[in-house]
Design a protein around this ligand. Structure first.
Ligand code: XMP
Length: 616
């Protein structure tokens, strides 16, 4: 059907039948960015469009929604600066579901009692149904595992609510006021550890009598209409990195507007992978996408990054330099800036991790969310065709657009590229020592390891952390690695990530060195990254692993560089598990990297949360 618009005959677009009001979408109130996004993503997988709204949004913003979900969040209802909400929302005549913080907030607001928690309950709990026939619990077994992460709990539900399910430690695990169609649950149905979580969300969608008509295919029609309106008679200048998101955006815009009105700009920022820019240009040309202009701007990027070592500063410089290059190239190509709109392949989570809503903290500023871009966005001068989509949905759209499978399923690569995988340091020689508490813990558990004198970014309780990694230097099974990783990051605030040293377990002496984004370490990282990608492909691991950042840290062992591998399994990058690589294969990879000059190989054994996928 898309081919209809290649010829520019937009009238041929088959439109969706007009939807009846209140029947096709659900609002998620954002009390904590990551939680809200996971809920929205899961509900969309059920075929229902979701939008994330600020809890303080005015009541007119809720028109057209069939139901409202109050998300969980890191706050306590007792905190002074707790996220508030517009109480009129509770009077809207649509079903509402509160999850965790949302459950507590609704019950407290309506006169129930929330007891402040002394201990945080974190992990899987057995949910036992009290009213198995209840519509919200349809299809759930009498007992099932659900993920809990809370301190406070509802000790007395508000008037009109009854208990419909409990766990041993939390009686009011699920409550319902059927007359008002308000429900509350203490556990998190959106995480994969909650086996019947999706079923419960589906039950809520059914209570809302919501049509399940949303799919990336249908969304494409809606998006096309929206873009045609938004672009008007202007042309589009799109930044194309060659990754999944920007390529999907490029193909989509070409198909809607035709190649004459779209121009792609690929900027080689010197932070790309080995041979990447040449490969992107060649690949797109092979698929008849030749409206691409390539600019080699390595020198400018490296000059702007000179002497910079703070991650957020580096990210902002890279984002700003992209804009600087865009202006230079527009001038070179003699394009009238009045007639060309800038487009980029921003996806939904980029906004949230950059602190895009009231209750979301800045975890990291994505390159497409720097201040200058935000200004242009506010003025309506930026087109972001994928800004409402999650990674899995962008891929589905890519398939829909017939983009070759191999490209759609390429490992994601961040916009700032190797710039955020080459960790920098303006100090040298500093060593850190384990605290007495850490040493006691290690002795008690019979493991050896050291806190490293560097820092990486993490996300815990929905907030940003910037703390040290801890390297485990005794042989461990992956199950033990997972156990220690969770225990140590929970226990010691100065540690937000664990790595496992591959190869012979001699106690290496890690030395901090000065390191910046300069050509030499970048070239070395490019070479190592290339060896690792080949290794994944040669050993059939490329598909199994969702993404594997290779990180060069400012440390040496015996004068040789230290490399970190961060292979993860994920679907939408909001949460991730570290990948358990076969140890024999891992040792094989270590031999390859050792021969290439690597002094020590560290394998990241941290889930997200508490670690982010990238190190900065
Ligand atoms: P984190 O590190 O936040 O990464 O767990 C989640 C996903 O996003 C990618 N990433 C980025 N992508 N611009 C991008 O286009 C960025 O600034 C950026 N930072 C992280 C990361 O590779 C992972 O897939």
């Amino acid at each position: 059907m898309i081919s209809d618009y290649i010829d520019g005959e937009f009238i041929k677009i088959k439109r969706q039948p007009k939807r009846t009001i209140m029947k096709y979408k659900i609002a998620v109130l954002d009390f904590g960015g990551q939680y809200a996004h996971l809920i929205a993503n899961r509900v969309r997988r059920l075929g229902v469009f979701t939008e994330i709204l600020a809890p303080t949004a005015s009541i007119d913003k809720f028109e057209g929604f069939a139901g409202i979900i109050f998300s969980g969040g890191p706050s306590s209802v007792y905190e002074e600066n707790r996220p508030e909400f517009n109480h009129e929302i509770l009077d809207l005549d649509v079903p509402k579901l509160g999850i965790c913080y949302g459950h507590q907030l609704i019950n407290q607001t309506l006169g129930g009692e929330v007891t402040p928690g002394k201990v945080k309950e974190y992990g899987v709990a057995m949910l036992k149904l009290v009213q198995p026939e209840h519509a919200l619990l349809k299809g759930l077994p009498m007992e099932s595992a659900m993920w809990m992460s809370h301190g406070d709990k509802v000790s007395r539900p508000a008037e009109g609510f009854v208990t419909i399910a409990s766990t041993d430690d939390c009686e009011q695990s699920a409550v319902a006021n059927d007359e008002k169609k308000i429900y509350g649950i203490q556990f998190h149905p959106e995480v994969t550890h909650s086996k019947f979580g999706t079923k419960l969300l589906e039950n809520f969608v059914n209570i809302c009598e919501c049509e399940k008509t949303w799919s990336t295919k249908n969304y494409l029609d809606e998006l096309t209409e929206k873009l045609i309106k938004q672009v008007g008679d202007k042309n589009i200048f799109l930044l194309v990195s060659g990754g999944v998101d920007s390529t999907v955006a490029f193909v989509l815009l070409n198909k809607i507007f035709g190649k004459d009105r779209v121009l792609g700009l690929h900027i080689d920022n010197g932070l790309m992978r080995h041979n990447e820019s040449v490969a992107v240009d060649k690949f797109l040309a092979e698929h008849d996408i030749d409206n691409l202009h390539v600019s080699d701007s390595t020198d400018l990027f490296l000059k702007n990054l000179e002497g910079k070592s703070i991650p957020e500063e580096k990210r902002k410089i890279i984002g700003d330099t992209f804009l600087q290059v865009k202006d230079i190239e527009i001038a070179k190509l003699d394009l009238d800036p009045e007639k060309w709109l800038l487009a980029q392949g921003t996806i939904y989570p980029d906004t949230i991790e950059s602190g895009g809503t009231d209750n979301a903290e800045v975890i990291k500023t994505h390159h497409n969310r720097v201040e200058a871009i935000m200004d242009l966005l506010e003025k309506g001068l930026i087109i972001e065709p994928l800004a409402d989509l999650y990674k899995d949905e962008v891929r589905a759209l890519g398939e829909e657009l017939d983009i070759p499978h191999a490209l759609v399923w390429r490992h994601p690569f961040p916009g700032p590229g190797l710039g955020v995988r080459l960790l920098c340091s303006d100090k040298e020689g500093v060593a850190t020592q384990n605290s007495d508490e850490i040493n006691t813990y290690l002795a008690d558990n019979n493991i050896d390891g050291t806190i490293l004198p560097i820092k990486s970014v993490g996300v815990q309780g929905d907030g940003r952390t910037y703390a040290s990694p801890f390297v485990v230097q005794t042989e461990q099974t992956w199950a033990e690695c997972e156990k220690y990783s969770t225990a140590i990051t929970n226990r010691f605030a100065e540690i937000n990530r664990l790595v496992y040293q591959v190869g012979p377990k001699v106690k290496s002496d890690f030395k901090l060195i000065k390191q910046f984004c300069t050509k030499e370490p970048l070239d070395f990282l490019r070479q190592i990254d290339d060896l690792c990608t080949d290794f994944l492909q040669d050993n059939d691991l490329y598909k199994e692993i969702w993404q594997m950042p290779v990180v060069l840290v400012p440390l040496t062992v015996d004068g040789k560089p230290v490399v970190v591998l961060r292979p993860v399994c994920s679907t939408e990058a909001m949460t991730a598990n570290f990948y358990e690589m076969d140890k024999e294969l891992l040792n094989k990879l270590w031999s390859i990297l050792e021969a290439a000059g690597v002094g020590a190989l560290l394998y990241d054994i941290t889930h997200k949360p508490p670690g982010t996928i990238e190190w900065e």
